[in-house]
Design a binder for this molecule. Structure first.
Ligand code: HSE
Length: 306
């Protein structure tokens, strides 16, 4: 086994939930963070550049380093001295899985430097345990759109077919929303009617994503478990939703815990949807960056130097 001295891990952004798939479905998007790990003789050096870099901690509380340390604790080993260089393109605390990129990046970097003692599925299980839910870390690691279900402490991960006409348009506002705050507003109990609503809509969503059937997607992207409670935390939600639907989106959802709003549309309508979402938010006095993305199908990618 050769000793790796330097590895770069590129990890995609992710959008979790896709409406009715709360905490169980997510898709990787073509927007990336990059993490470079270099062995040192002593110490820990962390540097961050790119989007939101000034707000990321560069001491040992950094989430990438925390995941790196957790990996070695899991093996009951001492983490080695390391330099971690982070290049960010995924905005922080916007519902696009920036924390998941950090966790997946930290674990993969650690696994490589340690000589790959853990399999990909063991790394995935550790990532799910750190994040607390699978819907960002699984697609960040594996790419594509993924459904995760657990039984007897094991995870079944299923790739969900994604029609190549589907274009996710993300509207990223210039304010943050912490996942913690967005989870605190959710009820701990839901009615049977709401549970049935989401069960049916998630089933329809899977077929809608596979076929790009307009009517199925329009209905399927609705949810009763989290969005009705969270939209109050996102000023302009109703206006941006109406603008997206009026210009040809199949539907619009809160990306992850928000505040980014994600419209699913097709190539023909994506420009009009992006322009309308930007304008609707601007009218509410909120500036947003809007991007038409694609599904990332590769997940985390490694570049290794021996
Ligand atoms: N499924 C999670 C949530 C994603 O909606 O709270 C955020 O990390």
């Amino acid at each position: 086994m050769s000793i790796v001295s330097c590895v770069t891990v590129t990890v995609p952004a992710t959008t979790a939930n896709l409406g009715p798939g709360f905490d169980c479905i997510g898709a990787a998007l073509t927007l990336y963070n990059e993490f470079k790990f270099t062995r040192l003789d002593s110490g820990v050096i962390i540097s961050v550049t790119g989007t939101g870099a000034q707000t990321v901690k560069t001491d040992e509380s950094n989430l990438v380093y925390q995941a790196f340390v957790t990996f070695y604790q899991h093996l009951q080993q001492t983490p080695p001295p390391v330099k971690i260089e982070i290049k960010m393109d995924v905005p922080l605390a916007r519902g696009l899985g920036s924390s998941a990129t950090a966790i997946v990046g930290g674990l993969i970097g650690a696994n490589l430097l340690a000589g790959e003692p853990l399999s990909q599925s063991q790394v995935m299980e550790l990532a799910i345990a750190i994040e607390g839910h699978p819907d960002n870390v699984v697609p960040a690691l594996l790419g594509g759109c993924r459904l995760a279900a657990t039984a007897d402490n094991a995870w079944e991960i299923c790739e969900i077919p994604w029609h190549n006409h589907l274009v996710p348009v993300v509207a990223i506002p210039d304010f943050e929303l912490s996942t913690k705050e967005a989870r605190q507003v959710l009820p701990t109990q839901v009615s049977r009617a709401d549970a049935i609503f989401n069960t049916a809509h998630l089933g329809l969503l899977l077929r809608g994503l596979e076929t790009a059937n307009n009517n199925w997607l329009k209905t399927a992207l609705q949810d009763k478990l989290h969005q009705p409670y969270r939209k109050a935390l996102i000023p302009g939600y109703d206006a941006v939703n109406s603008a997206a639907l009026a210009t040809g989106a199949y539907g619009m959802v809160i990306s992850g815990a928000g505040p980014t709003l994600l419209a699913l549309t097709d190539e023909l309508h994506s420009q009009a949807v992006a322009t309308a979402m930007t304008a609707a938010w601007k009218q509410q006095g909120i500036s947003a960056i809007v991007r038409s993305l694609s599904l990332d199908t590769q997940g985390a990618i490694l570049t290794i130097k021996p």
